[in-house]
Design a protein around this ligand. Sequence first.
Ligand code: S3P
Length: 437
Amino acid sequence: MSSSSLTFCAYPGGRLAGTLRVPGDKSISHRSIMFGALADGETTVEGFLTGEDCLCTMKAFQMMGVRIERTGETSLRIRGAGLHGLKSPDGPLDLGNSGTSMRLMAGLLSGQTFTGTLVGDASLSRRPMKRIIAPLEQMGARIESNDGKAPLNILPHRKLHAISYRSPVASAQIKSGILLAGLYADGKTEVFEPEASRDHTERMLRAFGVRVEARPGYAALEGGQPLRATHVRVPADISSAAFFMVGAAIVPGSEIVLSEVGVNPTRTGIIDVLRAMGADIELLNPRQFGDEPVADIRVRGRGLTGVKIGKELVAAAIDEFPIIFIAAAFAKGETVVEGAEELRVKESDRIQSMCDGLRALGVSAIALPDGMRVAGGRMRGGTVDARGDHRIAMSFAIAALRAEQPITILDCANVNTSFPGFAALARRAGLDLRVRG
Ligand code: S3P
């Protein structure tokens, strides 16, 4: 899909300013397609993220016979097929780089009466799928895999039955995959988690008229409930806003406002971490987009201090650690992250990718099995490899604001999976960023 040849060159010396609207939330955009496709009636979506990951989800449902029209730049109309209306696709469903698509769709396809094959790119084909296959098999699903990895062949089901599942990891992807299969199961499907993962599935299913029991660390639903079409308004993605939040926080004199950002409490770990580091962050104009809380986030630059981040903060900041490590590199003193072993199985091994990159730029960093130690201070410039991981690429681009020399970042094409237009928006905000290739 993406060519790996895209290179970013980011130059020091900028200061971030202005009001920015980053693109729509990736997690919510995926779910809007999936639930809209399963609903009775016509769902409309505004603020949809047109990144490659969500476009893969959209294409997969189109291949299963769902009519989805782009009615504007970021708006969609989805003609729902109903819970039992999906059609057998003509070929494999290619989910590109997207773990969310694969794990949620594994659950959803387990409830269908046709075979579905899920494939992905090299990164997705390396990521662990046993974590979703095992509970789905307990429900009666039949799934063939390449030793617990993609491609996944999901065979027609006999009859799924509800389970009560204690997940060993806090993962919204696992929880949501099981709940989606639970819609097709007899009885009440329950998921318990060791920490609360993001709860967009629970909130959005309710908006689609499904009765869901939910509290932090627990979610449950009865099978057989129909979804009723609705309107979904997608907030700006806090995981994309995080790059600019840190960019502003590390450069004294910066001041930015990020508008319409989703501030669901299962996602705001980045705000807690940056505040603990001494950042000046204010949430303005709090409001709701449907069931999701939203605010404008103002960040003013001032010096940061190193912190210790433990397990309890990990789930709510899981996608923000690459940029948190950049904040740590410019903080006074040491930052220690622990309990974040999940970072090793993201789009790349984010502990290793970030540690290698920081060290290549002269920062003293030590990888731990479940996190990292970073000694804050100076950063030289140099060349780092993003390893095809969108969040690694964007993190090192932002780091250049405070580096002593330019930073060249290799293998950046996958930035388009979650943040189309990143380079242009970053330039508008004040980062001198050039794209080659
Ligand atoms: C996501 C859940 C998270 C996150 C991913 C999106 C989701 O993964 O890393 O980017 O939309 O459910 P895990 O829940 O597996 O940690």
